[in-house]
Design a protein around this ligand. Structure first.
Ligand code: FES
Ligand SMILES: [Fe+2]
Length: 355
């Protein structure tokens, strides 16, 4: 398996749109790079390498001047919203060097989220971030949890989401139990906006819900439909629908949630985990908002410890695979293929530079 790496040519969540007010440039670290996100005076998001072209000062430490340019706090290079240096205060009498431009990252705002493409901008082409319609829909009550810094490679979170047999024992007594681990898993693969995706589907009848689920939805015993969908390297969507036995499909009686998990690599061994839960009822969303952080703490606890063991030599170590690992192995393969296409794209650029 690829260790401590990430796919570069993909969309990743940088934050919610509201985290980027006009003219308050913010510095982030995404995919091992310093990233500047700036909502310019026109209200549009722009993103660049967070390094002044002069002497590498982070521009996110700078300020926006009255004429709308971003001033580097060190020697005062000024940049416009397209990342072009338009003023150098110490040599106003000379032309600005043509290379005085910041490297841009494609940025898209969708359903209240800001998405960045950190890889080769030329490859973002017609690619679009995965859809998250519930986040912007008034028909859904959505709660966003505080972003979580996880000291582990982002793939470990994707794997955690795609194989929920960890609900026992990790989440035993709140959202999980051993019975759930026995529910058969169906795997569906499909292309979404040109990206290969993997979805697990678990259907069960007459299932006694673990305590949190029974509280959230008010049905102790249910028929249930549960899916986990890796929609791209940056997002996994979980959908759960349940109803009293025999009533699944009767819309008025169905309850459940949609959870969007975004997993944005900070670097090879850290990521930012964001999670939004959407339900049709305010009370239900509120009770999930109150109790779910326990579950997130348990996952973070496990991922951190798993990651620590990647620091040791393999010494002939091999993971043992179970039936339930099938989906995550497919995810690994897909991410690996996307990563190797990063590398093959990178070679001609390196050759070109050397020449
Ligand atoms: S480092 Fe930015 S102006 Fe010198
Ligand atoms: Fe979990």
């Amino acid at each position: 398996m690829p260790v401590n790496t990430f796919v570069e040519n993909a969309w990743y969540v940088a934050g919610r749109s509201q985290e980027f007010p006009v003219n308050e440039p913010k510095g982030l670290r995404i995919c091992g790079r310093p990233v500047l996100v700036w909502r310019t005076g026109e209200g549009k998001l722009a993103s660049f390498d967070d390094r002044c072209v002069h002497k590498r000062m982070p521009l996110s430490e700078g300020r926006v001047l009255a004429d709308g340019v971003l001033e580097c706090p060190y020697h005062g290079f000024c940049y416009d919203g397209a990342g072009k240096c338009v003023r150098i205060p110490s040599q106003l009498d000379l032309p600005i060097p043509s290379r005085a431009k910041l490297r841009p990252f494609p940025v898209v705002e969708q359903d209240g989220l800001a998405w960045l493409w950190i890889g080769d901008p030329a490859l973002s082409g017609s690619a679009v971030p995965p859809p998250t319609p519930e986040l912007a829909s008034p028909q859904w009550e959505t709660h966003m949890f505080d972003p979580v810094h996880v000291p582990a490679n982002y793939v470990l979170l994707i794997e955690n989401l795609m194989d929920i047999t960890h609900f026992y024992p990790l989440h035993d007594g709140n959202i999980g139990d051993i019975e759930q681990s026995k529910i058969p898993v169906e795997i569906v693969e499909e292309k979404l906006n040109g990206v290969q995706t993997v979805k697990t589907v678990r259907k069960v009848q007459n299932y006694r819900q673990p305590p949190f689920m029974a509280d959230w939805f008010g049905y102790p015993v249910v028929d249930r439909w549960h899916t986990h969908h890796m929609m791209g390297p940056g997002l996994t969507r979980v959908e759960l629908r349940c109803a009293a036995p025999g009533r699944l499909g009767v819309e008025a009686e169905e309850r459940g949630y949609i959870i969007h998990h975004s997993h944005t690599p900070i670097d090879g061994t850290n990521h930012t985990w964001r999670l939004w839960v959407s339900t049709r009822s305010k009370t239900c969303t509120q009770s999930i908002a109150q109790t779910f952080p326990t579950v997130m703490d348990e996952d973070r606890w496990a991922l951190e410890r798993q990651q620590r063991n990647f620091a040791y030599p393999e010494d002939g170590y091999h993971e043992v695979y179970l039936r339930s690992d099938k989906a995550l192995l497919r995810c690994r393969k897909i991410l690996e293929e996307m990563e190797s296409s990063n590398r093959s794209q990178a070679v001609p650029i390196a050759v070109h530079k050397a020449a």
